[in-house]
Ligand binder design. Structure first.
Ligand SMILES: Nc1ncnc2c1ncn2[C@@H]1O[C@H](COP(=O)(O)OP(=O)(O)O)[C@@H](O)[C@H]1O
Ligand SMILES: [Mg+2]
Length: 286
């Protein structure tokens, strides 16, 4: 469904992506896992031409996507995007936010006057039903919780009837319980409609729980590719060469109490396993 060949992206002298090759199957739920600054957003933005690649070729469903007008129109029609901060219009109703997913399929004059064809309203309501927000169609979007706003983001993407959904850290602003329910919602929607999803995440546990396949990115390079059960401790150290940004309480306490200079030099970063506890157990067993 998506073929990426030799993709590189430079910002001035800085190379954010180095020669990325990647194939994504139709209907696959692919997770791009990496620390902040790894290049995850740049990769997604190149796929839908929010950013122009410096070199390389991207093909979506057999069509080579290019930054020209026709190429942009095709990619904007077929590829929907979900953002960390939802990108909803707060004062508009939930239904109208979802209807904006239909804009590319609608004559501009109708959208200027917010006149939406019946068929588009039906599609938008159906999308809201699929994310469990049918009852909220007519309320202002700023009255919703974060998790509900992200469901609106998913419904808007579905209303576009896309072939591909690109989700850029869709749960980074949500608590764990809400995150799981939003990711479940996205996975169900993609399964139901055979939509290919590429989802950027920086949390290992969600990547292992939701990814059918994981691509690990560090310093703009692919450093791991495989199923969640293939994600070893060693692979995680490649994906997070700096470790995870969690201060280790034991190390901090030891430093506070230690008088010896060598104890003061102990790294403050957690040396503990990078794997979430339940996966540590799974991997140790297997
Ligand atoms: N518009 C830009 N101009 C210059 N540097 C950028 C720009 N966007 C991203 N970068 C840099 O490219 C690298 C990758 O960024 P990004 O793709 O946002 O990473 P991630 O999404 O994994 O956090 C970072 O070092 C970032 O500072
Ligand atoms: Mg990012």
């Amino acid at each position: 469904m998506i073929e990426i060949r030799n993709l590189s992206k430079r910002y001035g002298n800085f190379e954010a992506l180095h020669h990325i090759d990647l194939s994504v199957r139709k209907g696959e739920f692919l997770v791009i896992l990496g620390a902040s600054g790894a290049g995850k957003s740049t990769l997604l933005r190149c796929i839908n031409h929010l950013t122009e690649p410096t070199t390389g070729e991207i093909t979506v469903d057999g069509v080579r996507s290019q930054g020209d007008r026709a190429g942009l129109r095709s990619v904007r029609r077929d590829v929907a995007m979900i953002f960390q901060h939802y990108n909803v219009v707060p004062r508009l109703s939930v239904l109208k936010n979802v209807l904006t997913g239909r804009l590319s399929a609608m004559p501009a004059v109708l959208s200027w006057f917010q006149l939406f064809p019946r068929a588009d309203i039906d599609i938008a309501r159906d999308s809201l039903r699929r994310v469990g927000l049918e009852a909220k169609a007519d309320v202002r979007t700023d009255t919703l919780s974060g998790g509900q706003k992200q469901r609106v983001g998913i419904a808007r993407a579905l209303a576009q009837r896309p072939k591909v959904i690109l989700a850029d850290e869709p749960v980074a602003s949500l608590d764990p319980k809400t995150s799981r329910s939003v990711l479940t919602c996205l996975r169900e929607a993609s399964r139901e409609s055979g939509i290919t999803v590429i989802c950027n995440l920086h949390q290992v546990d969600y990547a292992m729980e939701f990814g059918e396949r994981i691509i690990g990115v560090a310093g703009g390079r692919v450093v791991f590719e495989g199923r969640p059960d293939e994600l070893t401790e060693e692979a995680l150290h490649r994906i997070y060469p700096e470790g995870v940004d969690k201060p280790d309480p034991a190390a901090t306490a030891a430093q506070a109490h230690a008088a010896a200079p060598q104890a003061m030099a102990a790294p403050a970063r957690a040396k503990a396993s990078l794997l979430p506890p339940q996966q540590q157990y799974t991997l140790e067993k297997t």
